[in-house]
Write a protein that binds this ligand. Structure first.
Ligand SMILES: Cc1cc2nc3c(=O)[nH]c(=O)nc-3n(C[C@H](O)[C@H](O)[C@H](O)COP(=O)(O)OP(=O)(O)OC[C@H]3O[C@@H](n4cnc5c(N)ncnc54)[C@H](O)[C@@H]3O)c2cc1C
Length: 488
């Protein structure tokens, strides 16, 4: 179901951009955009989805496919008692209570619904369930394929079955408001035939929305200049996990158009990427999921420096500090972690060893020598941790060692880690149902909604693992539904 063409003045003029019309115009074709579009189509609206890149999907198709779910069959199989209250509490505590509590409650209460919906659309889940990076109990599920693409493909199948199509190479340049630029949003000025990243490419076209525009344009972690302006620590030497099109043009444009924008400087870097890999890679799974039962993080002096199970913000800041002091950082783990990692993704350990992303050593001494760790440092760090576990002493970094047994192994695994810029917690300010607020009036500006990573306020100071997919799909669906029935 696409838009209809018509000419504003009755006569097409070479100087006036052509005009198209649809009930709902969605910007961005990731989880949030496609979820919103499905709901709007199901409500009977005509929908146009615009995407600047040649392929749909944004970060959602390179995502790792981890979803936080309360009350999954995997939790039930392991007798894990969870609740929406507990998930909401984990999101708020790690977000340092900078989050919007209503949105947090909404996504926590809808995690099971999101799980059931995407499962009904064909997503298959691995049998494992895990806790990581801020979750107080195991509730993270993993797609069978190990990728968020599986979830995106399921959404796309549903979207296309309803007649939906993504218009690619279509760059959204301007948000058009009536009332001399202070009234309701009427549509967008776009460049059709745009070729990323050439800002002058494509032909200008005006697209008008009868009911609403829904912004789902994602974050800007790949926009080195803009991210450094928002947070001066995010220097060009830092890599990113994001796709190249995760850039900030619409973040600037929403400000220009008068949208209220909050917390744009809260940009998360993941702690544990492997310097041998481009983008997110797969080595991070070892550094994230091996330590809770099988490992620890040490620096090149052989010292532990952080609670290895803390949230991403705490761990990333600790690694930045180590790097400032000229020290490299490593995850080391007993070989027994391979069984756990393979239960998350079949054949994982073999793959990372083959690719040289994770290395295997016959002893801690050999590991230390090969990685350039101070002689005796790795052995001393493992010994100190084991003594803590045996004596049931409090860990100096505050890590819970309750479930841990002393580490003993014939062979050891290790990988280096480095942070990469990952996720934008801030964004345009919206009501619970996604209506964008006008910075001047603090009221919904009318005709404009937002959801997903470009909408601020859900995650506060630190997004915890596996909660972005949940946010994008729960909030995207709500915005699509509300906008289509003419909410604002
Ligand atoms: C490598 C990686 C792994 C991740 N793994 C997980 C995970 O396992 N679990 C989890 O919960 N979260 C994860 N995340 C986070 C999650 O994937 C993202 O937050 C989510 O995909 C964002 O979805 P979205 O729909 O908001 O934006 P996106 O999927 O990024 O889509 C936005 C789209 O808008 C387009 N766009 C931008 N500007 C314009 C414009 N001006 N005109 C037209 N189009 C435009 C972009 O090109 C893009 O396609 C991961 C992120 C990354 C990068």
């Amino acid at each position: 179901m696409g838009g209809e063409s018509y000419c504003v003045s009755g006569q097409p003029s070479p100087s006036e951009p052509a005009v198209e019309l649809a009930d709902i115009v969605v910007v961005g074709s990731g989880f949030a955009g496609i979820a919103a579009a499905i709901e709007a189509l199901e409500a009977g609206a005509s929908v146009l989805v615009l995407e600047k890149m040649p392929e749909p999907g944004g970060n959602s198709v390179i995502d790792s496919g981890q979803l936080a779910v309360v009350g999954s069959p995997q939790q039930e199989a392991h007798r894990i008692h969870d609740s929406a209250d507990l998930l909401a509490e984990d999101i708020l505590v790690n977000g340092e209570h900078l989050n919007d509590p209503l949105k947090v409650r909404y996504i926590a209460e809808h995690s099971h619904e999101v799980y059931e919906w995407v499962t009904s659309l064909g997503v298959r889940w691995a049998s494992g369930v895990a806790a990581a990076g801020g979750h107080s109990i195991p509730r993270i599920l993993f797609t069978e394929s190990g990728s968020g693409r599986e979830i995106h493909q399921a959404l796309m199948r549903k979207f296309e079955s309803l007649g939906g199509k993504v218009r690619t190479n279509c760059f959204v340049d301007r948000i058009l408001r009536g009332g001399n630029g202070t009234g309701r949003v009427e549509g967008l000025l776009v460049r059709e035939g745009y070729r990323f990243p050439d800002a002058s490419s494509g032909t200008p076209v005006r697209i008008l929305a009868r009911r609403a525009v829904i912004l789902c344009h994602g974050g800007f972690a790949a926009d080195v200049a803009y991210r450094q302006k928002m947070d001066s620590h995010l220097t060009p030497d830092l890599g990113t996990t994001n796709q190249p099109g995760a850039t900030g043009e619409l973040w600037r444009e929403t400000v220009r158009a008068g949208c209220e924008v909050l917390q744009a400087g809260w940009v998360q870097s993941t702690p544990w990427n492997n310097p041998k890999e481009k983008g997110q890679g797969i080595g991070w799974l070892f550094s994230e999921y091996a330590p809770p039962l099988y490992g620890l993080w040490i620096d090149s002096d052989g010292n532990r420096f952080v609670d290895e199970t803390a949230n991403r913000k705490v761990r990333t800041e600790a690694i930045f500090e180590e790097h400032r002091r000229g020290r490299r950082v490593f995850c080391i783990a007993a070989e027994g972690c391979g069984k756990l990692l393979d239960s998350i993704y079949e054949g994982y350990l073999g793959t990372v060893l083959r690719r040289g992303i994770v290395q295997r050593f016959e002893s801690l001494r050999e590991l230390g020598e090969a990685l350039g760790i101070r002689p005796g440092g790795a052995e001393a760090a493992v010994k100190a941790l084991n003594e803590c576990i045996r004596a049931r002493k409090e860990d100096p970094f505050g890590r819970s060692l309750r479930r841990m047994k002393p580490l003993r192994s014939r062979r050891w695994l290790a990988a280096e880690m480095t942070p990469k810029v990952h996720h934008c917690m801030g964004g345009v300010m919206t009501t619970l149902s996604g209506e964008v607020l006008d910075a001047r009036t603090q009221l919904p500006m009318g005709g404009l909604y937002a959801a997903g990573e470009c909408a601020g306020g859900v995650h506060g100071a630190c997004r915890i693992t596996a909660c972005a997919i949940l946010d994008c799909i729960a909030m995207g669906r709500l915005a699509g539904r509300t906008a289509a029935v003419g909410g604002a």
